[in-house]
Design a protein around this ligand. Structure first.
Ligand SMILES: [Zn+2]
Length: 162
């Protein structure tokens, strides 16, 4: 019993541990920060499956529809203020709606409560200036820079509707 391993040899996603990281007791090396939860996205996704699926908010299909309309027009859309427990289902519905209606695949990115949606083939139909504006919006969101204008562009969908 004393010899039973209490520490898994691999992470949840199957990678062999490179080094141990401190927790409540503080950092184990002056070059490392303590960690209290996995930072690996694959591990977090695997942990997510251990919890009951959250109830799907009734806004999800409505927001997905608005996003689809914006992506069809601009090749790009973003949704602001999405609650954390609705991110996965919203991204899935958006991607499946775009695939069903256009036959194209799309990518979604999450930055805090912001979901960015891009569809290359739909975006390619539009003028370069518009795509440059969309790329700048993605860059601003990923770098945490506030948008320059206070007017909401048509490709921005707000979860709360305001
Ligand atoms: Zn992992």
């Amino acid at each position: 019993m004393l010899l039973d391993p209490v520490w898994a040899w691999t992470t949840m996603c199957g990678r062999v541990w490179a080094a141990m990281v401190g927790g409540d007791g503080g950092a184990l090396s002056r070059y490392r920060e303590p960690a209290f939860a996995p930072t690996c996205r694959r591990c977090l996704a695997l942990m997510d499956r251990l919890f009951a699926a959250p109830a799907v908010d009734q806004r999800v299909p409505v927001v997905a529809q608005l996003v689809y309309a914006a992506v069809r027009e601009h090749g790009y859309a973003e949704v602001r203020g999405v609650p954390g427990d609705q991110l996965t289902v919203l991204r899935r519905q958006i991607r499946s709606l775009i695939r069903q209606r256009t036959g194209h695949s799309s990518q979604t990115f999450v930055q805090r409560d912001l979901v960015l949606v891009m569809c290359g083939p739909l975006g390619a139909r539009h003028e370069q200036a518009e795509m440059r504006a969309a790329a700048e919006a993605v860059e601003a969101a990923l770098l945490g820079v506030e948008p320059m204008t206070s007017v909401r562009p048509e490709w921005v969908v707000s979860w709360s509707g305001s």
